[in-house]
Design a protein around this ligand. Structure first.
Ligand code: HAM
Length: 422
């Protein structure tokens, strides 16, 4: 027998049995985005590599070691997108979407990072994200956070907790980085190798090190709050006030930093302890300089992305994975004369909104009825038994009633009555 190929490590098939909960989650994501006035944007899965190296940052883990890049046959250096904020900004600039206007956008799709796979961390994963362009004040930061809270609410997900922080203005951020560098340099003997490497390139990232000895050093590190200038402090206070006003609980985590370089001011994460080590379900923040750095006019922006695999896991954990039935009505035919009619009756029922499985090929009627039963359909319709084109034989399959002859005119109503699920 030929060798069976497996999927690429860290990239998952989503099987029919698993897809029900995905559909439910995706429907809620679309619905919430719509309810807040966000419009969908779809960008390509492949972009020029430089878009990500220049946006996410040369020293980030994503750019250093996680991007899937390749040179195509035309010599272009391309990458599978590791995230979609940079792509959204590129698309906005390319199509003039931000000329003299504000925009609320959302996206949903696969992203690719060559991380070490584990529960909740994959090499192909999916994100739903929203991005709001053109509002400088903190009310939009609060709005995007409220939208995330709305998603948890509609999906019945509990136990997700919001952490917020500010990285301050670019000037405050630069002063803070200098102070951190000086502090960590004094304690370099206690730092792990990864943090030592970051000392020069990305001292903020040391703050979220998971290594115990480094964490002890981090506990005494300078606090961004002493570096904030008036406007950044006011922005952050405004956000916190708006969250309190909306009844959204949050914790200020001064050590919350992000692995992508484009953030300015507000950063936040929704975390849970239901998912093990990969505890962030949603993360985002402000990136007020990215649009300009990618060739657009200066435009403040804020957004977030949710890891859909992680969200699906939470919804499943709360018993929310009831799949939509595969089929409502199974159409069988007793003999060859009934076959054309089986097709036309099936199409009529589909137009009326039912999911219909038409028996394909011939076969004994009792075998067809066995298939009907296995299909999960609530009723079977049998053509060819009744010797008139005006009626069919109709059979409830789940003990909801008795088999009977039903006229074609009455069939839609009959099916409606007998397929209703309580
Ligand atoms: P991020 O923190 O890199 O941010 O990813 C956002 C979320 O995507 C994470 O919190 C997590 O739920 C999910 N995620 C990330 N990597 C993986 C993975 N390997 N496997 C499964 N899930 C994963 C961004 O991507 C930013 N673009 C978010 C943003 C939008 N900021 C502003 N606007």
């Amino acid at each position: 027998m030929a060798h069976k190929l497996q999927a690429v490590r860290g990239m998952n098939d989503l099987l029919p049995e698993q897809i029900g909960v995905w559909h439910r989650v995706e429907a809620v994501l679309r619905e919430v985005a719509w309810s807040y006035g966000y419009q969908e944007i779809r960008t390509p899965v492949i972009e020029k590599t430089e878009l990500f190296t220049q946006s996410i940052g040369d020293h980030s883990d994503i750019v250093q070691k996680e991007m899937y890049t390749f040179i195509d046959s035309g010599g272009e250096n391309l990458a599978l997108r590791p995230e979609a904020t940079a792509s959204t900004v590129r698309a906005c600039n390319q199509h003039g979407l931000l000329h003299n206007q504000q925009r609320r956008l959302w996206y949903l799709g696969p992203m690719f990072r060559r991380e070490r796979p584990q529960k909740g961390r994959y090499r192909q994963f999916h994100q739903f994200g929203i991005e709001a362009f053109g509002w400088p004040g903190p009310d939009i930061d609060a709005e995007v956070i409220r939208a995330a809270a709305g998603i948890w609410g509609r999906l019945g997900v509990e136990d997700v907790h919001l952490q917020v922080n500010t990285l301050g203005s670019p000037q405050a951020g630069a002063a803070y980085r200098r102070a951190l560098r000086a502090y960590f340099a004094q304690h370099r003997r206690c730092l792990d190798p990864d943090s030592l490497r970051r000392l020069e390139t990305h001292p903020l990232r040391i703050l979220d090190s998971k290594v115990a000895a480094t964490r002890e050093v981090v506990a005494g590190a300078p606090d961004i709050r002493s570096f904030l200038d008036g406007p950044s402090r006011a922005h952050f206070d405004g956000l916190c006030e708006s969250l309190r006003h909306s009844g959204i609980q949050y914790r200020v985590n001064p050590h919350l930093v992000r692995g992508l370089d484009y953030y300015t001011a507000t950063v936040f994460e929704w975390v849970t302890d239901q998912l093990g080590a990969q505890n962030a379900v949603c993360a985002g923040g402000r990136y007020d300089q990215l649009v300009e750095k990618r060739g657009g006019r200066p435009t403040p922006a804020v957004g977030f992305a949710i890891g859909i695999e992680r969200l699906v896991e939470l919804v499943r954990g709360q018993g929310g994975d009831a799949a939509r039935p595969v089929t409502d009505v199974y159409v069988a035919c007793a003999d060859d004369q009934g076959r054309a009619e089986a097709v036309s009756v099936s199409e009529m029922l589909r137009r009326a909104g039912f999911a219909v499985t038409t028996h394909c090929g011939c076969g004994k009627l009792n075998k067809q009825m066995k298939r009907a039963d296995q299909s999960g359909a609530r009723v079977a319709v049998i053509t060819g038994l009744v010797q008139t084109a005006e009626a069919v034989q109709a059979k409830p399959l789940r003990n909801q009633g008795v088999e009977q002859r039903v006229s074609i005119d009455a069939l839609v109503d009959w099916c409606r009555t007998y397929t209703e699920r309580s």
